[in-house]
Ligand binder design. Structure first.
Ligand SMILES: Nc1ncnc2c1ncn2[C@@H]1O[C@H](COP(=O)(O)OP(=O)(O)OP(=O)(O)O)[C@@H](O)[C@H]1O
Ligand SMILES: [Mg+2]
Length: 281
């Protein structure tokens, strides 16, 4: 029952080892094309079509668009976790097309992904503690900065959850565990793919607040994938709007939400309740 452990932000700020500042963008994507084969017709189509984006160190960038617009495919290709496609992707300055396996393995911890379905991301056979132990064994030096109980405290979970298995966690608790596992690696980039859309509405705001706090305390950049513009607006500096594999509009959230230039962006905004998007400035 003791899910919430209050961790004051100032204390966290003081104790968290911040990601070193760097001029190198954490992610640069140029003219990325990723093709999939349609399961029904067998035809090849472009799920991501000539997309370019850039995320500076510490920046928070969103990709929005309707279901099937290519957001996840883009994120997976851009982080080297899915089909890479054509075009240039540079992660922390390293081109994925030229990088060695060893170097890529070393870069992996720098990018952590939080998925929509937290239970699907956790091994059902492992308790929270043994899952963390496994991560620590993979990256002993990188993960030694914090103990298990303190780590759970960072995501506002009580230490008694360490001995639970995923099926014994609520959706919100499981997502916090996923975020804790990401945090343990001290990543420079956190990719959050619809991190709250699988959660009960009552815990969505808490998880978003947590992500916002993590951004502030760790200095990690964020690539936020969402179809929820309210979420994007509350967390991100820059937004890319995807439609059928293409980025149809991109820019600072205030500009794109305040004065959208593209018809599809206007449609997306119109589908949101209220006119608050247009009146923020
Ligand atoms: N492995 C795959 N094989 C074939 N087609 C795929 C594959 N993965 C995705 N697709 C198709 O590619 C398109 C883009 O999918 P993607 O998952 O990137 O969209 P999305 O914007 O993340 O959608 P959602 O908001 O529903 O998560 C869709 O038409 C999808 O059906
Ligand atoms: Mg998706």
């Amino acid at each position: 029952m003791s899910e919430v452990v209050e961790t004051g932000v100032p204390g966290d700020l003081a104790r968290h080892p911040r990601t070193p500042a760097s001029d190198t963008p954490v992610l640069e994507v140029d003219d990325l094309v990723v093709e999939h084969r349609d399961g029904g017709t067998g035809a090849v189509f472009r799920a991501v079509d000539q997309v370019s984006l850039r995320i500076a160190a510490g920046e928070s960038v969103a990709v929005v668009g309707e279901s099937g617009s290519g957001k996840t495919t883009l994120a997976m290709a851009a982080t080297g976790l899915g089909p890479r496609g054509q075009g240039d992707v540079r992660l922390l300055g390293h081109s994925l097309s030229a990088i060695s396996r060893t170097r890529l393995r070393r870069l992996r911890p720098e990018v952590q992904v939080v998925f929509q379905d937290p239970h699907g991301s956790l091994d059902p056979r492992q308790s929270v503690r043994s899952g963390l132990r496994e991560l620590r064994a993979l990256q002993p030096e990188r993960t030694s900065w914090i103990g298990d109980a303190d780590l759970l405290g960072r995501v506002r979970l009580a230490a008694d959850l360490l001995d639970r298995y995923p099926h014994q966690l609520s959706g919100g608790q499981a997502q916090r565990v996923c975020i804790a596992r990401a945090l343990l690696m001290r990543p420079r980039l956190i990719v959050a793919d619809e991190p709250t859309s699988g959660l009960d509405v009552s815990v969505q705001a808490d998880v978003l607040a947590l992500l916002r706090q993590i951004r502030t305390t760790t200095g990690a950049a964020l690539l936020m994938i969402s179809h929820d513009l309210a979420v994007v607006r509350s967390l991100c500096d820059v937004v890319h709007v995807m439609y059928r594999g293409r980025v149809v509009e991109a820019g600072p959230c205030d500009r794109v939400f305040g004065a959208p230039e593209n018809d599809y962006t206007r449609e997306l905004l119109a589908a949101m309740p209220g006119a608050r998007w247009r009146s923020r400035r």
